[in-house]
Design a protein around this ligand. Sequence first.
Ligand SMILES: [Zn+2]
Length: 532
Amino acid sequence: MVDSTILFHNGSVFSTEGPPDCWILIKDGKVAARGYSAEQIKDLNLDNATKIDLQGKLLTPGIGDAHIHVGDVGWGREASVTEPKDSARSKDDFVNLTREYLASEKWLTINDTVNNFEALGWWDESYVPDLETLDSLVSDRPAIFHRRCLHVMALNSKAISALRLDSEEFVPPANIEIVRDENGKAAGLLREGFNLVSEIRVESSTTLKRRIILGLETCVKAGLTQVHACEGKEPGLIEAWIELAKENKLKIRVFLSIFYDAFVDLKTRNILPKQGVTFGDRLTFDRVKLFADGALGANTAALSKHYKQAPHSGIALESIESMTFKLTEIMDQGYRAEIHVIGDRAVDNTLGGLFNSGYSIEQIRKFRHILNHSQIIRKDQHQRIIDLGCSCSIQPQFVTSDAPWVYESVPDELHDALYTWKTFLDLGIPVHGGSDSPVEEILPLEAIEAAIKRSDGNGGTFMPAECLTLREALSIFTHGVAQGVRLENKIGSLLPGQLADFNILNGSLDDTSVQNWKILESFVEGKLVFKA
Ligand SMILES: [Zn+2]
């Protein structure tokens, strides 16, 4: 009789410390044992176990993504016919892509109720659509084009009126920048206005669930075993997640990082689950997402100095005072915070908010709050980050995307503070790897490669001293992702007793690059969830 014991042998079993093992024994969804020599297997009495010959393949702890917008990935798959890499870089590109898309009529299914036209990832830094062009393309309904970072959007006239941007009664929400023409009329560009736009996007639970499944399917196919999903802009999205989890529709582990507004809403309605509560074995409420600033490409990340090309230092979405209030409110509910910080001034405001929260340093450390993106962190900020027990969530693919222009944008004094991941690790600051998809594509091996190579897109290396080794890069996407949910003792390194979440790949730890690697299989708790 075959029992639930599976032996994977004759392979290379990754270990975050020390040399790899050659076999691992999985029993009842957990790691029962592992070892470095085939001799050891003989003593295990495995007559009834299933034995799988890895034929030299690599077995790693489950690869994860510590920052991803699963709902938006699903939304993007419906709202965009292009991959982010094909974003329009000129007016002709933009007009052609949009015409092609409109002709496909696929966009009519985007929204059940309002019938807006929304598209994602259609333009990047090199081209900004204007109102006239947008109106000439879509004139019968609101059209909203998001830049792929989601921090800037271009609107047609119908969208401007749907959002009442030119109405007398319109009260501009704080921190949203509405670009206006010389007569004070909205000119069609909106910075940091995603939540405002969400208000005119009312969607059914069926649509939201379909979108989540579509997004999660993309994650599973990419070989991920766990995602930290940043969700909750749309009303009803969190409830849709819970329903799917209860219906056992989630194949991989999902840890929710819920938007602050959704957190307040759930709290007010007395339906906020306790931190750490899990639905259907797969969906865990982990943390609350705050935004301290915008993005570098949009000149809205909050810096301590002026941008090179703009007469300002970006937009701090929270002051130290408002940060203190929100962080205290979050910790009072037993939740941890994940704070979007791209510029160093955003980091100052966040750390200041934590210090002023009224919680002791010892108490704050236990929450292990996460600084998300951590793109510009000055040397003098390191010790405060360590003292407060914070960690850094990073997206290595950003370096390759940003390197061509970032030195032209960020002031010289801050250049040595850019994407300093190796420094974080050397200082003992935990680092969690992710993609921020749909901003970057969900390609974990590409992300690992980006952390190793830090390619500047021009044949060079962006700050070579900050390159990670293959072992470090693989660790931040396995063990590091588990650390991001404080579960490094349960998942992420395949030590005996841990849950058996793992991947099988055709790669070797002796390689200096993962370029030719492929994720062949993914397992969650010993069960196969994906096969290439
Ligand atoms: Zn994000």
